[in-house]
Design a protein around this ligand. Sequence first.
Ligand code: ANZ
Length: 855
Amino acid sequence: TKEYDFSSIEPKWQAYWAENHTYEAKDFEDKPTFYVLDMFPYPSGAGLHIGHPEGYTASDALKRFKKALGFNVLHPMGWDAFGLPTEQYAIKTGTHPAITTKQNVANFTKQLSQLGFAYDWSREVNTTDPGYFKWTQWIFMQLFKKGLAYVDEKPVWFCPELGTVLANEEVLNTPEGPRSERGNFPVERRPIRQWVLRITEYAERLIAGLKDLDWPDSTKRLQENWIGRSEGAEITFDVAGHDSQLTVFTTRPDTLYGATYMVIAPEHPLVASITTAENQAAVAAYVEKAKSKSDLERAELSKDKTGVWTGATAINPVNGKEIPIWVADYVLMTYGTGAIMAVPAHDVRDFEFAKEFGLEIIQVIDDGGKAEKDADGGLIEAYTGPGKLINSGEQSDKDSESAKNAVIEQLAADNRGKATINFKLRDWLFSRQRYWGEPFPVLWLSQSNYDLVDDSLKSVERPVTCEVDGELLYAIILPEAELPLELPEVESYTPSPDGQSPLSKAENWLHVFIDPATGATSTEAQDGWVPAIRETNTMPQWAGSCWYYLRYVDPKNTEALIDPEKEKYWGTPDLYIGGAEHAVLHLLYARFWHHILYDIGVVSDPEPFKKLFHQGIILGEDGEKMSKSRGNVVNPETIIESYGADALRLYLMFLGPLEAMKPWNTKGIEGIARFLRKTWRLVVADDGELQLKIGQSDALDPETERVLHATIKKVTEDYSSLGFNTAISQMMICINQLAKTEALPREAVEDFIKLLAPLAPHIAEELWQRLGHEGSIVEAGWPKYDESKLVEDSVKIIFQVNGKYRGDAQLPADVSKDDAIAAAKANERVQGFIDGKTIKKEIYVPGKIVNIVAV
Ligand code: ANZ
């Protein structure tokens, strides 16, 4: 065709890349490697939204750029396909989630290909494939054997509407109370048997490992806060008139003399025993009410302070002072020891609480006049800063920092206190009562049968047990030969109303016999084999996404999760691109598993993602978040129909810096379309043949040459740092320059097309072919620039007489003052204004102006 007809060009080249395996990565090729990873999508029924092609265009362009530079590039794609939406659809329609998943994956694959994303599809992974989740189960097996998995009856969020338990992070704190993030349904607390992973054992390493990562600072900070490392002390108080003691966690042992009351969480084990008879009723009522509130809600700083006195008092170990013990929900059982010493003078929440209930406030840190006071010299808000200790017995006059240790030492002498480190991070609730997830490769046995089983199937140091109908059952792990453990067919995908997974109804699957020596299973009884019951929970969606980047390196290996030689060859991803919404959970869980895989020698580096980049959110034209309800959703498919994939890709990258949040603007895409048509016309003439001016010259004129070399330099640098928007601006300058140049060496045109190829690969391949080449443009390498061609070697100098413009000339950039003035005087018009006059002054502004003052 003569015209730029993207609708025929684009499918042609998409088919070409697929048929020629252009972007398949070759293991062990003798080249430097570059592994660029995208966060793989959940293949939803809705198809791609505009957020997908943003990050994916960046990675696709980077991949093409790096390959042209000579790297062996790995850029794979796959599917995070277990999870709730597909299961919800199954519950509604009865369609097996595997069928829905297959359809959705086919649709996503088509859409991604239409955008020109040339992944290495030979390495495609799908978390729901048995060949994949065999290894998810295998990793769980390692955790189990290391004692990092256990079962606990836990009060967890249960959503009756979704019929499932939710993780804390799936629950939102709303004005109507806690609700599910998905679907916005009410949720409640229920005790349910759960698998839990001991991520807390890795808390210290997960904090320390952040230091060397090239990640956005904000994301590192989010992880840090989520893990929440606090240095402080545990201090033990006697309860007056009781045998019991109350231990608190505090980050401010220096304020111990200012403790005027204590607070224990409503769930604290001492609540019942220390509460006095006359306070029982009020305390019990308060405890009951607290049950309906989420930790988030309770920890809210701004919330009204509530609480009741237990009637009991505690004795401050440093001064013997008796202070009341309250129950209040702003203290959480899940943090520290579930009890605090309250120092209202120096803690914001304690201050509000003390004001609310008229409790004593004693200042023990001198604020140096910084805190606001009332007429009587009392604090009107907590002073939380540092200062000298006052009202603090033998510690008085010390500064608050050094007093922290001094107080701990003072207490340590009689075992009343010790330094401790606390983490906000909780163990990871790792099960769901759902169908569409990885089955746990776990069997439950009676104690007598468990005793017969080989140790290699046990968590030897910390046996995992749970009580079912009064009997204690023991967990063993299936041997590798039994993996993958696949999901059974079930009649209904709906969890039972008591929170049990649909798997609990799969009778034939549920009950098995095992060989105690090997762990082999059978549905038939065999000699010496013992009965067992399968675990009916499934793993959460996070499981499969915790390690998928490793599987791309060796996706078809049936003997190992990853071949060690391939692992060493490719290493971990050189760049991970994905949304900031995964800043905490996915990225933390993946780091946790990677550390474990490192510990057991599967990978050679403890951290999985050295460099991370978040693409910014694309807002609607109205500047609001795109959403169906606002009606401002941009559909990538309709843009491709009207403008083509190259235009969409360029436009997405031209919207602004990749990391910035930016609004969509449909009008802007017109400019991009014009740029592409101009590029087409640079090569293809009206009659469909090559433009005659191509090859008409051996060299460019100096100005065009300068622009071209500047463009090669800028685009090369910008692509390397994902600065695509500025690279595009420079290419726009370049195309305008090339378009107005009369005769062009073929190489100049080809260099420009090569620069454009990573972002607009279809048009680039087509023009490359029309320029007479065979094969993909990516094989032609990357243009080089010549630093010496970048200097502007001539400048335009303005000539003035008495400050008025009288002419100009193009002079060498380094022209001397004398030569510039001479050139001005040689100018005919200038001569007309100075002839016959006396020259009083000659001024030269270097590189700009000559001004002659003549009277
Ligand atoms: C006395 C004190 C005085 C405190 C003071 C603070 C300031 P981070 O930094 O988050 O670790 N605390 C301890 N356990 C708690 C729980 N289970 N629920 C609610 N609050 C709890 O915070 C530690 C501080 O939070 C601790 O130090 C304790 O209050 C409170 F001027 O102890 B502090």
